[in-house]
Design a protein around this ligand. Sequence first.
Ligand code: SAJ
Length: 453
Amino acid sequence: MKSITIKKLIEDVRNKNLRLVVLGSGYVGLPTAALFAETGFKVIAVDPKPEVVKNINNGLSLVNEPGLSELVKRNVEAGRLRATQNTAEALSQADSVIISVQTPIDRNKKPNLSFLMKALEEVGKTMKKGMLVIISSTVPPGTMLEKVKPKLESLSGLKAEADFHLAYVPERMAPGKALKEFVESPRLVGGVGPNSTKIATELFKTVCKTVIETDAATAEIAKLAENTYRDINIAFANQLALICEQHGVDVKEVIKLANTHPRVNIHTPGPGVGGPCLPKDPYLLICGIKPSTGDIVRVARRINDSMPKHIVKLVVEALKAAGKSVERSRIAVLGTAYKGNVGDSRLSPAEPIIGELLSLGAKVVVYDPYCPETFGAKRAANVKHAAEGSDCIVVVTDHSEFKSIDLNELRSFMRDNPVIVDGRRIFEPEKAREAGLRYYGLASVKSGARKNK
Ligand code: SAJ
């Protein structure tokens, strides 16, 4: 009896006969809903925010992601995708539900699973036999077996594996490349049992090029390990930058040389680590474990969180060397996005940098070609307006547009004795100096210092 159900479900997946509901239509949920619709499924995207629902139904995406609005529009027009605020109505039609709600951390760096729990309540209450439930929200280790499975079982009176299927399928899509990465990054599928893994694999194979089968508990830690590894690697690069600064050595050169070793791949130092994942996921990984076990994770977070302050220190130092004080200076910050070429300022290092400069009394103006966020500073319409009358430029984001700035022109808009603090090392120090700017790059060789001397 059981195997017939599974066979039928697999057949339904292959024939795109499964009606999908996606709970949470944000950065992860909306691309998910739109891509499954594109492949031929009927999809309902659910979100509590009326403006999100209205926009999707008008063929628009509020998520600033290349290609997403077009994809949404095409699938809404084709009748394969619609959005609603009414979770119960959507779930009453669902054969499968994908949960992609946010799982943030609170002020004490502890996971807040309330959005996930609320979604599970709704699913559990309305769940039918044969349903496939997928969790795509990033969760702390053990959540699937200790929280999600028992909650769904007790609310529905059904048994996972026998009556319904449940799998953890973490997302791997970086903002700015979400659609491409959804399709091309190998996708981990971890069921709470072999039947669940099998059916969830079939579903994701309809959109993703490569699917890797595992179990739910392993997939949970693998997802967190990826982002924590990257955070620790960047923390090492940032630590190297601080070491190099004390030796008057260029960290960029050091990393370039070290990375010529075939087994070394040090990431890039910068003004801090932002975005929706890296500042949060390491805390999910160490949630609930013995305090002594997660040291490297905590230290890496502390190093990366200290970088905005270091950038402000460089600004103060650079202005002082130019005979100026922060409180009398006009400072132009380039970039509020958390990384280059994205319109996303979530947990951007620009926030603490701007906050600290404002609290020191500086007049701060910001320009970002993609992000409307200013973090309390004044907004400039372009690089020229930002630089006009400024004493200091601070590069926070490595947008391509900033890399092609003409430094001679930039300097001509600024006040006498101008300085530039390059938190991303996007400019050549010598070129900046030739243009008449006092250049302070993160762990660059200071003006006048020479290598091999
Ligand atoms: N950063 C550095 N140095 C580097 C790389 C990044 O300072 O060498 C900074 C960035 O400027 C940014 C932050 O780190 O502020 C995070 O950027 P990112 O590009 O590392 O990560 P995200 O948050 O855009 O996306 C990550 C990716 N994870 C990994 O690469 C392991 C992405 O593949 C995941 O899908 C995404 O997290 C996620 O949703 O989990």
